[in-house]
Write a protein that binds this ligand. Structure first.
Ligand code: URA
Length: 272
């Protein structure tokens, strides 16, 4: 790599492209988003803070929340305190039934943020679970890691235990496996196996590699069944295990890697 002699500016010939400095790739976001990405405050709370003149970037006071900055490369201060990126956090929660995954619920229902407490307010869920669905929910502040898992191209298997209101026929099991026609098109091939059955209905295990809205419920309803209970028990090869409803635990480094390698830009050593 070329280096400018110490203390001198390297001359750039006309037409020559400037090389990027080494380090994480440049990723500019609005200043308000940068403060939320850094784990300092939410985007909406960052706006009045910036407008009030308390935030500077590389020593210059910035009062426009939309100004684009790179939080990995530029020095952002609030009231003269340098805001450093938060260490990456990777958690699993056993989301209980009746709790929503949104940050603010307009109907004032209980949210996963009520369970996370103050330190978890800057995490975001990797994918969603319906209010009435319980089970494995991943939460992180590593946006790139979360996006890699949630991206449709990842085809990350998600395994659900599904309680149906009645026993399911072999034809309908075959239909779940080959694809069910929903409003927006046919679902991708899935795995479906029987778990247990009694006079009150049947539990099956359904493994999906796509994540459409309310997909399990809509697939079963399209075949004429009611879903009475839905639990996500596994994502990739990370299982919910014995965590009880409302329980939260950090993922092990092995689990983080197996789901997706952590983002280089998020490793705390690169962020000092
Ligand atoms: N499928 C559903 O129907 N609901 C969920 O919460 C997840 C998958």
């Amino acid at each position: 790599m070329d280096h400018a002699p110490h203390g001198k500016e390297k001359k750039v010939a006309k037409g020559e492209r400037l090389r990027r400095p080494a380090g994480p790739p440049e990723r500019k976001v609005s200043l308000a988003r940068a403060l939320s990405k850094l784990g300092f405050t939410s985007r909406s709370q960052a706006r009045p803070l910036i407008e009030s003149g308390r935030v500077s970037v590389n020593g210059r006071c910035i009062q426009n929340p939309e100004v684009r900055v790179d939080p990995d490369r530029e020095v952002i201060r609030v009231d003269d305190r340098v805001i450093r990126p938060a260490a990456p956090v990777y958690l699993m929660m056993h989301k209980p039934k009746g709790v929503v995954t949104t940050r603010l619920d307009e109907r004032d229902r209980k949210t996963v943020y009520d369970l996370l407490g103050e330190e978890g307010q800057w995490l975001f869920p990797v994918g969603r679970l319906d209010k009435e669905t319980s089970g494995l929910l991943l939460l992180t502040n590593d946006t790139q890691w979360g996006n890699r898992i949630a991206a449709p191209e990842s085809k990350m298997p998600k395994v659900y235990h599904v309680k149906l209101n009645r026993s399911i026929s072999e034809e309908d099991m075959a239909q779940l496996r080959s694809g069910v026609l929903l409003e927006e098109g046919k679902t991708a091939p899935a795995e479906a196996v029987r778990l247990r059955q009694n006079e009150k209905g049947e539990w099956i295990v359904l493994t999906l590699r796509e994540g459409r809205n309310r997909q399990v419920r809509r697939m079963c309803e399209a075949l004429g069944y009611q879903v009475e209970n839905l639990v996500r028990v596994r994502i990739g090869d990370v299982a919910l295990g014995p965590l009880s409803p409302g329980g939260i635990r950090p993922l092990t480094p092995g689990e983080v890697r197996r789901l997706a390698p952590p983002s280089k830009a998020s490793s705390p050593s690169k962020r000092e």
